[in-house]
Structure formats: C-alpha cells, structure tokens
Design a binder for this molecule. Sequence first.
Ligand SMILES: [Zn+2]
Length: 264
Amino acid sequence: MMGPAHSLSGAAAWMATGAVAAGLGDPMPWPTLVVGALICAGAALAPDLDHHAATISRSFGPLSKAACKIIDGIAHATYNATRGKRDPRRTGGHRTLTHTAVWAALIGVGCSAAAVYGGRWAVLAILFVHMVLAVEGLLWRAARVSSDVLVWLLGATSAWVLADALDNPGNGKDWLFTQPGQHYMWIGLPIILGALVHCVGDAITISGCPILWPIPIGRKRWYPIGPPKFMRFRAGSWVELKLLTPVFFLAGGVCALGAVGVLG
Ligand SMILES: [Zn+2]
C-alpha cells in the first residue's frame, strides 16, 4: 500500500485498540487516544525507512538518508547471516529486517524504555519523529509541496503541545501502566502496532512480507507471508484508493466513538 493507506490503517488500528481497552475497563483518556493514533499513523510508515528511494527516507533530510543507509546495511547483513537454504540472494535489505514482528517488538520496547528512563526530552523526541512521519503519511503529496522545514515545525509544535496535554494528571501519561516510574510506558504499543499494520498492508499488496522471521517455513527463514495470489492487489490500485482508504476512515471513526464511550 502507499503512504496514506498505511498511515490511515495505523490510526484506525489504534482507535480499535482504544475501543477494546474501553470494553475491557481500561478506557484511554482522550490525549492517549489522539496521540496514540498519530504515533501509530507515523509508525505505520517507518518500516520503509530501509529504502532510500521511499518518500519517507527523505522526511528528515540528510539525517534520515544517513539512517536509511545504516538500516539498509544492517538489514542486508542480517538477511545474509540468517538466510535459509531456499531464501533467494538479495542485493539490498529492503523489505527484510524492518518488515518483521521481531523488529516491531524491538523498536516498540526500545521506545518505551527511552520514554520511561529518558524523561521529557525522550518523549518529545519520539513524538517529534512520529508526528513528522504522520504528517508525511496522512497528507502525502500535499506535505511534499510545502517545505520540509514547515513539516518539521509542525511536528515540533504538535509534539510539544501533545506532550503537555498528556502530562496533566489523569490525562494519559499513566494509561495502562499505572505503577510509579511507568509513565509513558504505553508509548511503545502504538509503535509496535503501526509496524505490524504496515507489514500486513505490504503482504496484501506486494509479494508477501517476511513477518515471521526467523521462524523457518519451508526451508526459508524469510518466508514472504501473504494471502493467496488472487486476493492480492497492486499498490495504489482502485481497491486501495476507493475501497480500503474509506473503510479505514470509517472503521477508525466508529472505533474512536467506541473508545470514548459514545457507543455505550
Ligand atoms: Zn514496506
């Protein structure tokens, strides 16, 4: 799928999480719902940071280009080191390591740890990165037209405002993890969810996604998981633009109402 569909599905997935949490008696305060949805929208683009030509790799200027090179190198090395007998040879790391559940978990737990131990600046940094990605994803071409600096400013100000909103007592920094010293621990959840949603989106639009690495399937450790061929569609096709995108929008909206308790 392309950026907007990835990001919208991420936001909708977090709204659904909010609805489930409300049903289980752990409703999210509104800032947790809103910030989580934006983080998840951003995180749903992040796996493509392993590809230098992806729009997203240009979102932080030279910094993300450098990060992209490093991630691609690590991914390629990991691929070669863990390649099964049937896995094909590859020349780059695109759509390997960053498109696995293991990666999603590592990044999510890493961000949670950074937020818990790093204090306000770590939270701001995580928010900033994901807000910029969310803007890039949700506004897509429109964000490209404006300058990078404007998008960064928007990311920085919204990170600042949202961190303040979360910080107020009872407003979300201690959602789900309520013990002292666990503030912002939940922040890794939308990051894990976003990465997984991206993998699912890739699996149905391209030739599969190695989500289950390193579990061997048919002598492949990088088995491309995906639905049967006839159920797949091309990225950017009418199914994605005319069917899935509105469905994500609607589902996200309904789940958001459920999450804030409007649906009873
Ligand atoms: Zn991808």
